[in-house]
Design a protein around this ligand. Sequence first.
Ligand code: NAD
Length: 250
Amino acid sequence: AGGDGGGREAGRVAVVLGGASGIGRATAEVLAAHGYQVVVADRDGTLAAEVAGGLGRPHESATADVTDEASVAGLFDGVHDRLGRLDAVVNSAGIGSLGLIADQSLEEFRAVVDVSLTGGFLVAKHAGRHLGRGGVLVSLSSLNARQPGVGLAAYCSAKAGLSMLTQVAALEFAERGIRVNAIAPGLVTTPLTAPAAAIPGITEDYLANTPLGRAGTPEEIAQAALYLCSDAAAWITGEILDINGGAHML
Ligand code: NAD
């Protein structure tokens, strides 16, 4: 599948963080099919290697933890040293959490903020050192960044922070010709949402407020990431793109 997409993306290097599963994995596959050379990076290096192996050459994998500054810096330094360029970064690393404020431990709250918000900061900081003019950063925020949910204090707050971080980074990187955007999906069927989907009624409640009446697929989010990374989106920066079957209207 890899490297044969032709077109203007051919030869461009993309790093997908959280690329071992779900939306990140689908994004790695779509970018590879469109000619990017993809580095599948994830905290789970074994799974990342499997995904990259499925893409074939010249795609590769890396173990990286977005909460660890040395790890993030080393990932981008390594890609730059080995491949000589960095064109697009998609940060799909994320963890879920469900817990009322009254019950949630500080440790769990911090863990969610650490991955989504602090991780977003570290990726912007260190990808930003290597992205050149025309470079792109896309982060995975969430509908929950602007739609509060019971039991979702950590997740909603962290994603709201990530959306704002995206816009600050878009302002700061604009003079270097680097675009920074986020995608805010509604419910997408992935391993992340499987535990919540298993609780009776939760999916039904959500879909009752989704005009198109179904959950999204990882591929539908990946297609938007492809677009935001491409030159077709050359005048889009600081955008938080809602993709949710219309749920943001209700
Ligand atoms: P997923 O669990 O399938 O994939 C997330 C990946 O991130 C996993 O491979 C995991 O190993 C990796 N990861 C977790 N912590 C990491 C860390 N510290 N460093 C590096 N990698 C790490 O989840 P998904 O559903 O594909 O979600 C991808 C992103 O989209 C997340 O940021 C999530 O919050 C966001 N999102 C998902 C949905 C949804 O309904 N699935 C909706 C809105 C937003």
